[in-house]
Design a protein around this ligand. Sequence first.
Ligand code: SPD
Length: 357
Amino acid sequence: MKNLVRFFLVIAVSSALILIAISSLNSSQGYSGGNTLTVYNWGDYIDPALIKKFEKETGIKVIYETFDSNEAMMTKIQQGGTTYDVAVPSEYTIDKMRHENLLIPLDYTKLPNLKNIDKRFMDLPFDPDNQYSVPYFWGTVGIVYNPSKLNGKKITSWNDLWAPDLKNEILLIDGAREVMGMGLNSLGYSLNDTNKEHLLEAKNKLDTLTPNVKAIVGDEIKMLMANEEASIGLVWSGDASEIMSENEHLDYVVPKEGSNLWFDNMVIPKTAKNIDGAQKFINFMLDPKVAAQNTEYVGYSTPNKAALKFLPKDVVNDKRFYPSPELTKKLEVYENLGKKNLAYYNELFLQFKMHRK
Ligand code: SPD
């Protein structure tokens, strides 16, 4: 009998120890809830000092993870097994996420700083009434280039990139819609085209750009362009602004055929465990001084109107990065084209990447 009691005691103690081990493993892997908050953002997209400031002000510990594409971010959230409290998708992905019931509506009583956002960035078609998302950064897609390495030649058109003397001179950001978009725009098609023949035509045209493409890369495009490893880069405007602050020989242009106007917004995914903390974090990022500090650090354009007065005049007056509403009206915002069409864009982009090998 004594042995039986000892046996059950050993089982009970070991189970308790296993449970403690699992729970401490979870917290060390960044599972939020309680007094932690898990933020899932693009790489190089926040001033780390602001995370520290938020932690100090609120006593909430931030676990910070990054992604490099909307597709990767959304797949991770769909798969479950994560506890992201705040994420920062772009517009067409926000539309997808709200339709797939992956987002929690925001509580505006907890977001007083929302008043600081310029009204032109609110209530956009991908999230009517901003039920699920609030603006973080915005910008365009364009070409950063080095005129001194191009004999002073100016780049104005997507088609300039196909010049035979640009062999191995182009870096492309690793984004399916951005690269396919360049192919589509260069042919005069819309960035939201779903005509299969047009999409295939765009991919075939991209294949002919291959000799000029040095590499398809992620955030390292900034370092490579600033170090003059290539003379042309397909980039998001904020990356161009950061590259140009490192190397003043470079310039940025939105090609004359048109391009993409994009918006990255903060959301609370269904995976959230600390909704109150998420609202606090979003409200913190909307503070004008915080937004200005973040803008100076990251280099992207802020939608926070009240933050503009804390930023250098030459930054906010630079029409390449703060284009006028008249110009932005001529650009296209990516639409949520539906699962099948988006999968086709991704498949063609993958084929283009394989074609290079
Ligand atoms: N390194 C930060 C990159 C953020 C880019 N977001 C732009 C998305 C456009 N669809």
